[in-house]
Write a protein that binds this ligand. Structure first.
Ligand code: NAP
Length: 313
């Protein structure tokens, strides 16, 4: 007889893993398709000081390992592969991973978001050769070097803070004269003696032969073009939801975020959503975890109505 899962969770950041903990404890026996690079954005972070319960802070990767252990303790089954495609137009729903075809009565999508690029030809050419979107991953390679960070939000501040530990000089360049980042983070970065600010400039071109040696930048007000010597360029301009595999299957907005009803429901009954994949606004580990909990509880109610699981109360 073909196996039909009660619940498949796609994505293994705080949203997906919290959904796994709750749904496993709710007797839904979930399968998690965790992705080949499991754990989400927190695995690319160092200090997490704002997740409740850790007064001394916790390292992002450690927090994700702990959450996964907790989900495993309640017997979540993990598939460490990417989802290749889905078919939500038929029931049971079909989820195709790299090596398996899963059938499910309900699905929670928690695939998060990935770093955005400027999409300049020269930027793309030098990715891995001086251009990066992850200071935690690549900062170490820029010890005593001159580094440019681009962006004006919290991500740009966090990246600059991290890179200041390595770089001889870190220049934070923003296209406006005001940052949108939290004042506390801006002040933290301002306190670093090796950080300089460059306001009202956009990146025109990354320069170099084999690796990055400089940048061409343009003043947005005067049109002035400048060339600066540079060893590294970090793009920190926000994130894009990981929803390419969902196109044509559920409703997405113009930026690719999943459209949700009542915070958690997608446009297809039985498909629930949690975390940054639908969250334009908060994008915090703790809000993602909260959404994962709500998605698991809603999936449980949905399955109870289908008489797939027994009502336990
Ligand atoms: P964000 O707030 O959307 O900021 C993106 C920044 O990049 C903006 O300053 C924007 O400029 C700039 N930008 C966007 N496109 C650009 C382009 N094409 N060229 C040049 N600059 C460009 O994104 P975020 O910083 O990733 O933050 C997103 C959310 O995550 C926020 O809610 C934030 O609080 C949260 N977050 C929190 C932490 C934390 O430590 N608590 C860390 C990271 C993120 P403009 O300002 O001109 O639009």
């Amino acid at each position: 007889m073909e196996k039909i899962e009660k619940l498949v969770i796609i994505g293994s950041g705080p949203a997906g893993l919290t959904a796994a903990i709750y749904s496993a404890r709710g007797n839904l026996n979930p399968v998690m398709v965790a992705g080949r690079v499991a754990g989400g954005q927190l695995t690319l972070t160092t200090d997490v000081d704002d997740f409740p319960g850790f007064p001394e802070g916790i390292q992002g990767p450690d927090l994700m390992v702990n959450m996964r252990k907790q989900a495993e303790k309640f017997l979540t089954r993990f598939i460490d592969e990417d989802v290749v495609s889905v078919d939500f137009k038929q029931k049971p729903f079909i989820i195709q991973t790299e090596s398996q075809t899963l059938k499910a009565q309900s699905v929670i999508i928690a695939t998060g978001a990935s770093a955005k690029w400027l999409n300049l030809e020269s930027e793309q050419k030098f990715i891995g050769r001086g251009v990066s979107a992850c200071a935690v991953c690549d900062g170490f390679f820029f010890k005593d070097k001159t580094i440019l960070v681009i962006g004006g939000g919290d991500t740009a501040m966090r990246e600059t803070q991290h890179l200041a530990k390595f770089g001889k000089k870190v220049i934070l360049m923003h296209r406006r004269s005001e940052f949108r980042a939290q004042a506390a983070l801006v002040n933290l970065v301002k306190s670093k003696t090796n950080v300089e600010f460059l306001m009202n400039f956009n990146l025109e071109e990354v320069l170099g032969e084999q690796k990055v040696t400089g940048v061409k930048i343009k003043n947005v007000e005067t049109g002035e073009i400048k060339q600066l010597e540079m060893d590294g360029v970090f793009i920190a301009i926000g994130h894009k939801p990981n929803t390419d595999f969902l196109k044509g299957q559920i409703d997405l907005d113009e930026q690719g975020y999943i459209k949700v009803l009542d915070e958690i429901k997608s446009s297809v009954e039985g498909i629930f959503v949690a975390g940054d994949v639908a969250d334009h606004r908060y994008r915090q580990a703790v809000t993602a975890a909260g959404a994962g909990c709500k998605a698991a509880l809603d999936a449980e109610s949905f399955l109870e109505q289908l008489h797939v699981v027994e009502v336990t109360t």
